[in-house]
Design a protein around this ligand. Structure first.
Ligand SMILES: Nc1ncnc2c1ncn2[C@@H]1O[C@H](COP(=O)(O)OP(=O)(O)OP(=O)(O)O)[C@@H](O)[C@H]1O
Ligand SMILES: [Mg+2]
Length: 247
């Protein structure tokens, strides 16, 4: 069998009495589109934070492409190809859309030389390519902080894609946008991921979006994975229907 792209072994973490990672054994194969569902506070973001090095677990291990990354820094993990976006987009809000992408890329290359103009530090065609993929090519000169939320989300994803990830973990890519906009946003994100052959995990509360865009679903309840399988299986699971979907 081939090596999982991402694997965790017995991850454990509690904040005081609140258990947020309860012996999590998980693995993800290349090419999967995994939706993570779960109520507020179930530990979804914490799981992402542990995998990407932002929080250290109290016990357990994280492996990326078969190599342990548990105690590496977020930057070292991103350099290996596991990149995440945040629930609230982390943009350089006073910079233009194009400069945000350039700054993200320059960060990967080890920062800017003191005398290198930002525009020369990163190949222009790479920057334009990712902006086109997320549909922001015409907005490159706009100040990122002034964009509507859906486009801020797309910019955040462009800033992740410029790092050429193998795995992109998206924490609620459709939160903060209207129901009408969600499908267009997801379709844009998914076509960009397809074009770059990026494996993806996305946290999502909307069951319609999950059914349409995920190949697999994992349901978090109180720090553990209560169900993991195809969207049909997991969304029909009685415990998930009661405790996650809230029926
Ligand atoms: N740094 C921290 N210190 C203490 N408690 C924390 C910390 N980070 C998260 N928590 C708590 O851990 C639990 C899980 O939080 P987490 O953010 O992982 O939930 P989530 O599933 O992402 O929820 P949401 O759907 O609201 O984003 C929550 O009770 C939260 O308050
Ligand atoms: Mg969260």
């Amino acid at each position: 069998m081939s090596t999982p792209l991402l694997q965790t072994a017995d991850l454990q973490l509690a904040f005081g009495a609140v258990v947020v990672a309860d012996h999590i054994d998980f693995s993800l194969m290349e090419g999967e589109r995994l939706a993570v569902i779960g109520q507020n506070g179930a530990g979804k973001t914490t799981f992402i934070n542990i995998c990407t090095g932002l929080i250290r677990p109290q016990a357990g291990q994280v492996f990326f492409e078969g190599k342990e990354v548990t105690r590496l820094s977020p930057r070292a993990i991103a350099l290996r190809g596991m990149v995440r976006s945040f629930q609230l987009p982390q943009l350089f809000t006073e910079h233009t859309v194009r400069d945000c992408v350039r700054l993200a890329a320059a960060g990967k290359r080890g920062g800017l030389g003191l005398w290198t103009p930002l525009a020369e530090a990163v190949p222009a065609d790479e920057v334009e390519h990712v902006l086109e993929m997320v549909g922001l090519a015409a907005r490159g000169n706009e100040i990122s902080g002034a964009l509507p939320e859906g486009q801020r989300k797309l910019l955040d994803i462009a800033m992740a894609l410029i790092l050429k990830p193998r795995l992109l973990i998206l924490d609620e890519p459709t939160s903060g946008v209207s129901t009408d906009e969600k499908h267009g946003l997801m379709a844009t994100i998914m076509s960009a991921l397809d074009a770059q052959k990026v494996t993806a995990i996305f946290v999502e509360h909307d069951v319609d979006i999950v059914s349409q865009y995920a190949t697999r679903v994992a349901a978090w309840i109180a720090g553990r994975i209560a169900a993991d399988g195809t969207p049909q299986q997991v969304l029909a699971d009685p415990e998930v229907r009661k405790n996650v979907i809230g029926e």
